[in-house]
Design a protein around this ligand. Structure first.
Ligand SMILES: [Zn+2]
Ligand SMILES: [Zn+2]
Length: 141
């Protein structure tokens, strides 16, 4: 299943200028299979035979080529995800858990910004901070 996904990715990776190596495919495959937002450490745990330095170097390259998004929020460790559809992140300030949510209506803010400033808008980012359900219930006890 994962292999299928990664083979679909290859033309996209080439288009972005990535020189494809088995090691890079493994790292990308791991990001996909871990779902959510793994840290470099999470990736390293799945691929202990690839050094942390190599994982970091490749992640940096993937981010530069816009194949992977770096999410420098939460508890100090960057998390990573494939550069997919636009979505927002909500981050638990207690445990650092990050969850995706979609809210396409916010595209409006780009029209508003463009109208108010005459800028040509490319994108926008937003993070929401709060306390997740698990942490909320823990604190109530
Ligand atoms: Zn939490
Ligand atoms: Zn996400």
């Amino acid at each position: 299943m994962e292999e299928h996904k990664i083979s679909e990715l290859i033309p996209y990776l080439k288009e972005r200028g990535l020189r494809i190596t088995p090691q890079r495919l493994l790292i990308l495959n791991t990001i996909i299979s871990l779902k959510g937002h793994p840290t470099a450490e999470d990736i390293h745990q799945k691929l202990p035979f690839i050094s942390m330095a190599t994982i970091y170097n490749n992640l940096k390259l993937f981010v530069e080529l816009k194949i992977v998004n770096e999410l420098p929020y939460g508890n100090g460790l960057s998390m990573y995800e494939m550069h997919t559809s636009d979505h927002y992140h909500i981050i638990c300030q207690s445990c650092g858990k990050m969850v995706d949510f979609h809210y396409p209506n916010l595209k409006e803010v780009e029209h508003a910004a463009s109208a108010l400033t005459k800028y040509k808008i490319h994108t926008h980012r937003m993070e929401i901070y709060g306390v997740c359900d698990t942490c909320k219930n823990k604190n109530q006890r």
